[in-house]
Design a protein around this ligand. Structure first.
Ligand SMILES: Cc1cc2nc3c(=O)[nH]c(=O)nc-3n(C[C@H](O)[C@H](O)[C@H](O)COP(=O)(O)O)c2cc1C
Length: 367
């Protein structure tokens, strides 16, 4: 199973420059090509549907929206204070998710995954730190979870039977006063009652990027490899929905243990696949997983951003048929600043009525 990265449901709100947006059936030919490329030999691909909510950098948009006007606190000036979404706008947002899922189905994908983790919009509705609403969408957990549940129901009404709906959920926000492990288990029960097909567990937000292993230094976590395995075990006792866990898996033994102890049904791999796309085949045949290069670390809260940019640049290398790079921190940052400036220029041209540059053209320039 391949799951895409964040695909936006609304072109006005991106979490990164050059995000793929799935809000226009007019682009179906491109989605069809993508679905075909991602589903060879019985592989299935899901589109990860997402909205950044407040986690939309100022350089991408200065008008983010969110459940409540609570700003992301990272570097000063990096994020604008979002506008609180009006109650009457919420049905439209739900319909946008459903429309994107319908486009994904028409494009030939096997399913969608709602990104309800990592501090994006659905996760912002779930967390009492970012959802301060006093209407039907805030307050008690059932209200905070209603946004996710209504999206699932709206998708079901628009996609054919057999089209999968998965959800990525945080085990916790890891923030005082945020979404807790107990709440995560409660929400998993609600999702199970909705009949979802797969639940992926992760954790953290831009402010607490534990999903990248930042802060994973405890002996017990290192021994288990997977960052959220203990939570998965607790959750497994509460629900029987197929469970996937992502974050930290590196060795065949670690993956085997997680599956054999029935803690999880599916092992999720992200960074290792950037270097070894035959990794699942190797692990399934019992061979050892090869070592994975790691990004430069500065030991600061921004490490996760460097880690992200560094891997994005590795992916561009792969796409260009080149070997892995060994860029340090400064070159990594310079590369991502360059991409951002090019995107600003492309966006400006697009707004002046110019064409959207084809993806391959962009990749050529990134190289
Ligand atoms: C370059 C990069 C891009 C990522 N993009 C996404 C994304 O779009 N959606 C998502 O859910 N997680 C994303 N992640 C997080 C991964 O899904 C995963 O949670 C994290 O890398 C930990 O798993 P790993 O140890 O197997 O890499 C991204 C990670 C990296 C390194």
């Amino acid at each position: 199973l391949l799951i895409t990265g964040n695909v936006m449901i609304d072109r006005r709100h991106l979490n990164e420059p050059y995000n793929v947006v799935m809000d226009d059936p007019g682009n179906l030919h491109a989605y069809r090509r993508w679905a075909r490329a991602g589903q060879p030999d019985g592989t299935r691909a899901f589109v990860q549907l997402s909205h950044p909510g407040r986690q939309e950098q100022r350089s991408v948009s200065s008008r983010p929206i969110a459940p409540s006007a609570v700003r992301v606190r990272l570097l000063p000036g990096m994020f604008a204070t979002p506008r609180a979404i009006a109650a009457k706008e919420i049905p439209e947002l739900i319909a946008r998710f459903a429309r994107s899922a319908e486009i994904a189905a028409q494009g030939g994908f096997a399913g969608v995954q709602l990104h309800g983790a990592h501090g994006y919009l659905i996760s912002q509705f779930l967390s009492p730190l970012t959802n301060l609403r006093d209407d039907d969408w805030g307050g008690r957990l059932a209200n905070r979870a209603a946004f996710a549940l209504e999206i699932i129901r709206a998708i079901r009404r628009r996609v054919p039977n057999g089209f999968a709906i998965a959800v990525k959920l945080n085990s916790a926000d890891f923030q005082r006063g945020g979404f807790t492990e107990e709440e995560s288990i409660e929400v998993a029960r609600m999702l199970e009652s909705e009949g979802i097909d797969l639940l992926e567990l992760s954790g953290g937000t831009y402010e607490t990027p534990v999903m990248f292993g930042v802060g994973a230094t405890r002996e017990s976590t290192l021994r288990r490899e997977a960052y959220f395995l203990a939570h998965a075990q607790r959750l497994r006792a509460a629900v029987s929905v197929p469970l996937m866990l992502t974050g930290g898996f590196r060795t065949t033994d670690g993956m085997r243990r997680a599956v054999e102890t029935r803690a999880v049904d599916v092992v999720g791999l992200a960074r290792p696949l950037v270097f070894h796309d035959d990794l699942p085949a190797r692990v399934l045949s019992g061979r050892e997983a090869p070592a994975v290069p790691t990004s430069p670390r500065a030991g600061t809260r921004m490490d996760f951003a460097i880690d992200d940019y560094w891997h994005v640049q590795q992916i561009h290398q792969r796409a260009a048929g080149r070997p892995a790079h060994s860029r340090g921190m400064l070159r990594t940052l310079a590369g991502s600043l360059l991409t951002m400036s090019r995107w600003q220029l492309d966006r400006h041209r697009y707004r002046q009525g110019g064409p959207v540059p084809p993806a391959h053209e962009h990749e050529d320039r990134v190289r």
